[in-house]
Structure formats: structure tokens, C-alpha cells
Design a protein around this ligand. Sequence first.
Ligand code: 5GP
Length: 143
Amino acid sequence: MNLSGTYDSDNIFAKILRGEMPCVKIYEDEDVLSFMDMFPQSRGHTLVIPKQASRNLLDADADVLATLIRHTQTIARAVAAGLKPDGLILTQFNGTAAGQTVFHLHFHIIPRYADMNMGRHSSGRMADMSDLKDLAEHIKEHL
Ligand code: 5GP
């Protein structure tokens, strides 16, 4: 997919926002939704998405972006407090050539642990749902 184009309302995150697909939720309000990545690159890999539709950073409304990054900081702090990683990576991909696979704007919060390698982006290795729920509970305790 090119950087530009029209928003496809059948993308997986749009379906999650409409409640048509399940997710392991961490936080939701009128502006954003945060949930566990189903194919995590590390223990506690978390996604934060705006409710307003945009494909990526370039077509997003600036106010939506500002709200999104504010919430991303809050959730990253909760991930840090709840899971005690040694570090955190924040990523966001724009366009297929950059690695983007879901065309609804999102930030990845990827905890890093000194003694654990990070998995590949889009590895397709699905997490165990009960593990994800357990991790989400640890994060939510700090929100
Ligand atoms: P992107 O490649 O677009 O930056 O990131 C998309 C992310 O969504 C990937 O990390 C991928 O593992 C995750 N993902 C893909 N499908 C699903 C899904 O159905 N549910 C959840 N929770 N995450 C998904």
C-alpha cells in the first residue's frame, strides 16, 4: 500500500473499534483505544490507536495526534510500572515499504528486557490469550 490513499474501514483495527473483532483491552475513552498486540514482539507489546480514522501519521488530524501521543505516554508509563521492563521502544510505521501492515494509525509500545531478544515485526506468532489478559491486568493496575 502506498503512503497515500483512502482509508479502508474494513481494516482489522476499525473492526476492533466497532466491536466486530475481540481485543484484550487496556484502556478506552472517547478518543483512543489501547489493547494488547496479538502477535507480540515482546512480553507486553501494546498498541494505542485513535478512534478517528486515518491511515497513518501523514493523514492524521494534528489534534488527534496530540491526544494520541499524550495517551501513549500514559499507557507507556503504566506498561513500565506494571511489567518492569528494562526499556521501552515506541514505533509507528507508515506505508507497506516501511513495514505497516494495518492501515489505521497506531503506536506500538514494545517493552525490552535485558535478557530477552525482541521478536520480529509481523512474525505472525500468535500470543496465548490468557497470557495477554494477565499482562493487561498488570498494566491496568497502574492506569
Ligand atoms: P503495523 O505492522 O501496521 O505497524 O502493526 C500492526 C500490528 O497489529 C502488528 O504488530 C500485529 O501484530 C498487530 N495485529 C495484527 N492483527 C491483529 C489483531 O487481530 N489483533 C491484535 N490485537 N493485534 C493485531
